[in-house]
Ligand binder design. Structure first.
Ligand code: GLN
Length: 275
């Protein structure tokens, strides 16, 4: 009988030890889930990395002015940034379907787009310009576009400008601005209409092309979010913050060093004039 009791007690102790072990395992699992909830939430941005210097690929990495702004937004929100690169005219549908949380893509605020998405406050002034061949181009201003073949990136404000203002132009639409540029170089179209800053980059890289001074439109870039999204207010706040604490100016100076120099020269000249 004593033996039996001893055996039962031993068995009980064994259960107790096993129970403890189970407890520790459960605790470990709990800790792990705890760690997982601590892991940063992902903020997905949509862009079209064919638009230098705002977003473009360098050594297989997507970089640019907009990317730096997006990184700050994610950092300020304590989130991890994920970049989805897609065709430009797929960006707003991706936003509406929830595939991406926001779009930053040198995107101009337009009344048409405002029907489908919300825009942050603007972060850049832009315009459309005309690129032509340096030698022998028949296009010297927008008035010469009549009857010509003009390349654009599909779904952009350059596309809309021509469609609305120059019905007699044959608009040739490309997926990428760079493809429109190739077509112009090959003599298959007479001009390209595109945003001024990417135009400068394309012209710098192609010595046979030149930029007409004339600005066709006045536009503002902003960040698009899903209609009614609370991200809009958060992004606006962050934009205001970086515009006033110098971080925006730093990014601007990095991507537009010439313009920054021009402005500081102007200020210096201004200062010496008042002396
Ligand atoms: N700013 C132009 C637009 O919003 C072009 C933008 C782009 O090609 N990334 O339509």
């Amino acid at each position: 009988m004593k033996k039996l009791i001893a055996l039962m007690m031993a068995a009980l102790m064994l259960f107790a030890v096993a129970g403890c072990a189970q407890q520790t395992q459960k605790e470990a699992a709990d800790n792990q889930t705890g760690q997982q909830t601590q892991k940063k939430e992902v903020l997905v941005m949509g862009t079209n990395a064919e638009f230098p210097p705002f977003e473009y690929k360098e050594n297989n990495e997507i970089v640019g002015f907009d990317i730096e702004i997006a990184k700050i937004i994610a950092e300020e929100l304590g989130m991890e940034l994920k970049i989805e690169d897609m065709v430009f005219d797929g960006l707003l549908p991706a936003l509406q379907s929830g595939k991406v949380d926001f779009v930053i893509a040198g995107m101009t605020v337009t009344e048409d787009r405002k029907k489908n998405v919300d825009f942050s406050e603007s972060y850049f002034n832009a315009s459309q310009v005309i690129i032509v061949k340096k030698e022998g181009s028949a296009v010297k201003s927008k008035d010469d576009l009549s009857g010509k073949k003009v390349g654009v990136q599909i779904g952009t404000t350059g596309d809309a400008y021509l469609t609305e203002n120059h019905p007699d132009v044959e608009v040739v639409r490309f997926q990428k601005g760079a493809d429109a540029i190739m077509e112009l170089k090959n003599g298959k179209c007479d001009a390209v209409v595109i945003d001024a800053n990417p135009a400068k980059v394309f012209v710098e890289k192609n010595s046979d092309l030149t930029l007409l001074e004339e600005q066709l439109t006045e536009e503002e870039y902003a960040i698009a979010v899903k209609k009614g999204s609370e991200l809009k207010a958060q992004i606006d706040e962050i934009l205001q913050k970086i515009k006033s604490d110098g971080r925006y100016d730093e990014i601007y100076a990095k991507y537009f060093p010439e313009e920054t120099e021009e402005t500081s020269n102007e200020t210096e000249e201004g200062a010496s004039q008042t002396e």
